[in-house]
Write a protein that binds this ligand. Structure first.
Ligand code: FES
Length: 147
């Protein structure tokens, strides 16, 4: 049976990277991949932003498929590279402590780490615009008398 290959992508955008230190998550994943002995089948990379900034640090885990999945390939037996594919997951609010679990579960068994997957959060509504400013009061000069 061909070995399954995975790709893990860590966000380093301004929220995930600068504010929430996704570099520490990336470093923990490097260690977890090495410790699990899956470096040959799991690549680790960076991404600039997944558009889920308020739920970061975000980490995308997906199986790398050499050819587009189509019905014929999916119907092949697993020994020939067919069969169901592992799910893709965007893990949210990932901390370094989650790295070993992601590698053991998603990479090792093809099972997403469900407690790290949050529903998409809609952006909060924009604040209402400020009320229009009052026109300035006319200047009253006491030294000028009306005609
Ligand atoms: S900065 Fe990470 S999703 Fe936008």
């Amino acid at each position: 049976m061909p070995e399954r290959r995975y790709r893990i992508v860590v966000c380093r955008g301004p929220d995930c990277g600068d504010r929430r230190d996704s570099a520490a998550v990336h470093a923990a994943l490097v260690r977890a991949i090495a410790d699990a002995g899956v470096a040959a089948t799991c690549e680790l990379d960076w991404q600039s932003c997944f558009g889920r900034c308020s739920q970061g640090p975000n980490v995308l885990v997906r199986e790398v498929v050499a050819a587009p999945i189509h019905r014929g390939l999916a119907d092949l037996p697993q020994r020939l590279g067919g069969g169901p594919r592992a799910a893709t997951a965007l893990d949210n609010r990932v901390a370094p402590v989650h790295a070993a679990e992601i590698v053991a579960s998603h990479i090792g068994r093809g099972a997403v780490v469900r407690h790290l997957i949050e529903p998409l959060v809609a952006a909060p509504p924009a604040a209402p615009p400020p009320p229009p400013a009052e026109p300035p009061a006319p200047e009253v000069r006491e030294d000028v008398k009306a005609p």
